[in-house]
Design a protein around this ligand. Structure first.
Ligand code: URP
Ligand code: ZN
Ligand code: ZN
Length: 475
């Protein structure tokens, strides 16, 4: 064996137990009491520490062209930050262009990713941009052959689908064993509200929230679920943020439908109040929090936490999509010098390094169990996205994606001093975590030593997804 983690407490989605964990050739080779090292084994003292699976961030936008610019973190800096926060696999979005097949888009983005040299393992979801012809729809099958079985449609944005295209995508996905995710917001109501607010001269970030409020999202969640039921397809609602949506997912699951939902740490930690004046004492302006969908009110936040506890919310992911402060300033003055407004702020925030520490800290403080934190951050995403044959748990035979977690370590986010992405600020500044990863391994290779990134560009490898066939809500 190459590595032996001695004396730690192993946490899986279902149980917590004291055991040693052995790693051979990048995979977990034994779990048990009193495992003995070989002559060349590196022994890691894990007494007083937890041994957790590396998190899987099922929602990132690295180097993505969006909002008139490109997301700040590339495939290296973004995955480096992920690894330093205990995330060892990311699922990044490939956006299909109009007239471009999905497999061509996948190839185009994968070339960029490989050139950047990802720091941890990665896979993709395809952001559907054109299913207007049979050829475009059939290109989903080509992506499946290339090892990508997950797709996302947008009910909002000008490049999004209409309901008919969404329905056809769902039907096709059900036929070929793919999973469709959805960004659910009502585009027409969003646009009508934008028109009204701008005509009234209401231009600041608060109106970003009001034009994408709880009802704008909730209505689309309900509609998306109905479309999935009609199509006889499983559905994955990404970045779920509102009470109506949580209730609709819970109801559909209780009826036996394979409906799944993801939420993000920002919806669990912040509320819509950040759009009033930001957090001035942290030099964070309201526009720095502009992301889509925006943070919602306390009742929605409570519903999301409840959804995590009851199982209505299956996964946690970041929607990491960072933009520089000067790009966020386009909400005041645009690139071309014209006056800006809430619609001209690039949408998205950073979070890739903070997801696992945040949810584990909440577990450490007793809000949820550590098992639940592992389930939603690692085990469920692995199952939903067809990579549970190699990822998502501390289990013999799986990749040695291992986080050694010190529940006693206190950590405060400081973008300048202890974060590893490329952004010039973070909405997580000064967030305090009880407990923190002190070592992070990806396929048995140490990437984070508790202080610094110690890996190399290109360590990450593409992880193929297998076919996804959910008939009901159970995993
Ligand atoms: O604000 C965000 N999340 N930007 C990225 C695109 C999306 O809708 O996920
Ligand atoms: Zn989205
Ligand atoms: Zn997103």
């Amino acid at each position: 064996m190459d590595l032996l983690f001695k004396g730690g407490t192993v946490v899986t989605a279902k149980s917590t137990f004291k055991a040693d964990v052995a790693v051979t050739k990048g995979r977990i080779s034994a779990i048990g009491a009193g495992l003995k090292p070989d002559k060349n084994t590196e022994v890691i003292d894990a007494k007083g520490k937890m041994i957790l699976p590396g998190a899987i961030d099922g929602h990132t936008h690295l180097a993505m062209p969006f909002g008139g610019t490109i997301a700040t973190d590339d495939y290296f800096t973004g995955t480096r930050a992920a690894a330093c926060g205990g995330t060892t696999t990311v699922f990044d979005f490939v956006l299909q262009g109009v007239g471009e097949t999905m497999d061509a888009a996948l190839k185009r983005r994968d070339d960029i990713c490989r050139a950047d040299g990802p720091a941890c393992d990665y896979s993709y979801h395809i952001g559907v941009g054109d299913v207007t012809t049979p050829e475009m729809l059939a290109s989903m099958d080509e992506c499946m052959k290339m090892g990508v079985a997950t797709f996302k449609v947008f009910m909002v944005y000008d490049f999004g689908v209409d309901d008919g295209q969404f329905f056809e995508t769902l039907q096709h996905a059900a036929k070929i064993g793919a999973l469709v995710g959805v960004h659910a917001e009502n585009r027409d109501v969003n646009n009508a509200l934008i028109k009204k607010f701008l005509a009234e001269g209401k231009t600041d970030a608060w109106y970003h929230y009001l034009s994408k409020n709880e009802d704008v999202a909730g209505e689309a969640d309900v509609r998306a679920i109905n479309l999935a039921k009609m199509a006889g397809a499983p559905l994955y609602i990404v970045h779920l943020d509102n009470k109506q949506g949580v209730e609709a997912v819970a109801q559909a699951r209780a009826e036996g439908y394979p409906i799944f939902a993801e939420t993000c740490p920002q919806y669990l930690y912040f509320t819509k109040d950040v759009y009033k004046k930001g957090i001035p004492e942290l030099k964070l302006r309201a526009r720095d929090f502009v992301c889509s969908p925006p943070m919602k009110g306390k009742p929605s936040q409570d519903a999301l936490w409840n959804g995590i506890k009851t199982g209505a919310v299956s996964t946690l992911a970041t929607d990491h999509c960072p933009f520089l402060k000067k790009e966020k300033d386009w909400g005041i003055k645009q690139k071309d010098g014209k006056k800006g407004n809430f619609t001209t702020i690039p949408n998205g925030c950073a979070g890739i390094e903070n997801m696992y520490p945040y949810i584990l800290s909440e577990a450490n403080k007793g809000r949820i169990s550590f098992n639940k934190a592992v389930e939603i951050s690692a085990t469920n995403p692995a199952k939903l996205f067809g990579i549970d044959y190699c990822k998502g748990a501390i289990e013999v035979g799986l990749d040695a994606d291992i986080v050694v977690y010190d529940p006693k370590k206190e950590f405060e986010v400081n973008n300048r001093k202890n974060q590893h992405g490329a952004l010039d600020h973070t909405i997580w500044e000064k967030a305090k975590f009880k407990g923190y990863p002190v070592a992070v391994y990806n396929r048995g290779k140490l990437l984070f030593d508790g202080k610094d990134y110690v890996g190399q560009s290109g360590d990450g490898k593409f992880i193929k997804q297998k076919k996804i066939k959910f008939k009901g809500p159970e995993f």
